[in-house]
Design a protein around this ligand. Structure first.
Ligand code: NAD
Length: 281
C-alpha cells in the first residue's frame, strides 16, 4: 500500500515554525519585509501574488505590493528594483514571472540584489548552490527536499532520476539531491529510452510540464515519486505530470496534485523571506 506525501500538511507545519521564528525576531526588533512586484494583468500571476501575500500575513511578514501596468518599461522596472535594493527596510524582493514580452527577464533577475533574491534565481545564488556555499535556493526544489526529509525518505546513496532540466526546477533539484548524497541522473526531451532510465530510480522527480505523461511503466516497484507538474484539465480539475491512479499502486510514497509540491513552494518562499532579514541584518 502506498503512502501519500501530504504537502499541504507539511507546508503548514513549516509555516507554523516560521511564524514562531518571525515572532522571536520581532522581539529583537527585526522585521522581515518582502516587496512583491507584479507587471501586467496575467490572471494566474495575480492569483500567485495574492497567495504569496496571504502567506506573508499568516507568518507575520510585512509585504509591500507593487502592481505595475502592462506598459511599464524595462527601465522603469529596473529603477524600482534599484530603489528596493537600497531600501534597508526591505529584506526580500520578488518579481512575479512571466514578465511582459518587451521586458528582458534575465536583466531583471540580475538586477535584484543577491542578498534580497528570495526566489534564488540570481546567478550568484545559483553559483553558490553549485559549489555548496550558502545562499538562496529556488523554492520548488527546496520544498521537495523538505517533503522528502519530513516524510522520512532516505536520500543518501539512493538512485534519483529527475525528468526536466529547467533553471527553476530540474537543475537546482539535481544539485540539491547531489548535496544530499543521492546518485543523480537528469533526463530531458532529448533523453533516449526515458523508461529505461526512470525505471532505475528509487526517487523519481518529475518536472516535464506534460499532463499525466508518466505512467506505471516508467516507475520501479516501490519507488518514491514526486510530481512537480501542475495542469488544469477541462472541467477545472488539476492534475500533474504523473498519471496518479496508474502510478500510485506501484510506489512506496507519492505526492498528489493538488496538495503535494505546490503548497511547499510558497512555504519555502516564506522560509527565504525569514532568512533574508538575517542575511541583510
Ligand atoms: P519547463 O518547461 O521549463 O521544463 C520542462 C523540462 O521537461 C525541460 O527541461 C524538457 O527538456 C523536459 N521535457 C519536456 N518533454 C519531455 C519529454 N517528452 N521527455 C523528457 N523530458 C521532457 O518546465 P518547469 O518550469 O521545470 O516546470 C515543469 C512543470 O512543473 C510544469 O507543469 C510547471 O507548471 C510545474 N511547476 C510547478 C511548480 C509548483 O510550485 N508546483 C513550480 C514550478 C513548475
Amino acid at each position: 500500500m502506498y503512502e501519500i506525501i501530504d504537502g499541504k500538511a507539511i507546508s503548514t507545519e513549516i509555516k507554523e515554525e516560521l511564524k514562531v521564528k518571525v515572532a522571536e525576531l520581532a522581539e529583537q526588533g527585526i522585521h522581515p519585509c518582502l516587496a512583491v512586484i507584479l507587471v501586467g494583468n496575467d490572471p494566474a500571476s495575480g492569483v500567485y501574488v495574492n497567495n504569496k501575500k496571504k502567506a506573508c500575513e499568516f507568518i507575520g511578514v510585512k509585504s509591500l505590493s507593487y502592481e505595475l501596468p502592462e506598459e511599464t518599461t524595462e527601465a522603469e522596472l529596473l529603477d524600482l528594483i534599484r530603489k528596493l535594493n537600497e531600501d534597508d527596510s526591505v529584506s526580500g524582493i520578488l518579481v512575479q514571472l512571466p514578465l511582459p514580452k518587451h521586458i528582458n527577464e534575465d536583466a531583471v533577475l540580475l538586477a535584484i540584489s543577491p542578498k534580497k533574491d528570495v526566489d534564488g534565481f540570481h546567478p550568484e545564488n545559483v553559483g553558490a548552490l553549485c559549489i555548496g556555499r550558502s545562499g538562496f535556493v529556488s523554492c520548488t526544489p527546496a520544498g521537495i527536499i523538505q517533503l522528502l526529509k519530513r516524510s522520512n525518505v532516505e536520500i543518501a546513496g539512493k538512485e534519483c532520476v529527475i525528468i526536466g532540466r529547467s533553471n527553476i526546477v530540474g537543475k537546482p533539484m539535481s544539485l540539491l539531491m547531489l548535496r544530499e548524497n543521492a546518485t543523480v541522473t537528469i533526463c530531458h526531451s532529448k533523453t533516449k529510452d526515458l523508461k529505461e532510465v526512470t525505471k532505475r530510480a528509487d526517487i523519481l522527480i518529475v518536472a516535464i510540464g506534460k499532463p499525466k505523461m508518466i505512467t506505471a511503466e516508467y516507475v520501479k516497484e516501490g519507488a518514491v515519486v514526486i510530481d512537480v507538474g501542475i495542469h488544469r484539465l477541462e472541467g477545472k480539475k488539476l492534475c500533474g505530470d504523473v498519471d496518479f491512479d496508474d502510478v500510485a499502486p506501484h510506489c512506496s510514497k507519492i505526492t498528489p496534485v493538488p496538495g503535494g509540491v505546490g503548497p511547499m513552494t510558497i512555504a519555502m518562499l516564506m522560509n527565504n523571506c525569514v532568512d533574508s532579514v538575517i542575511l541583510n541584518g
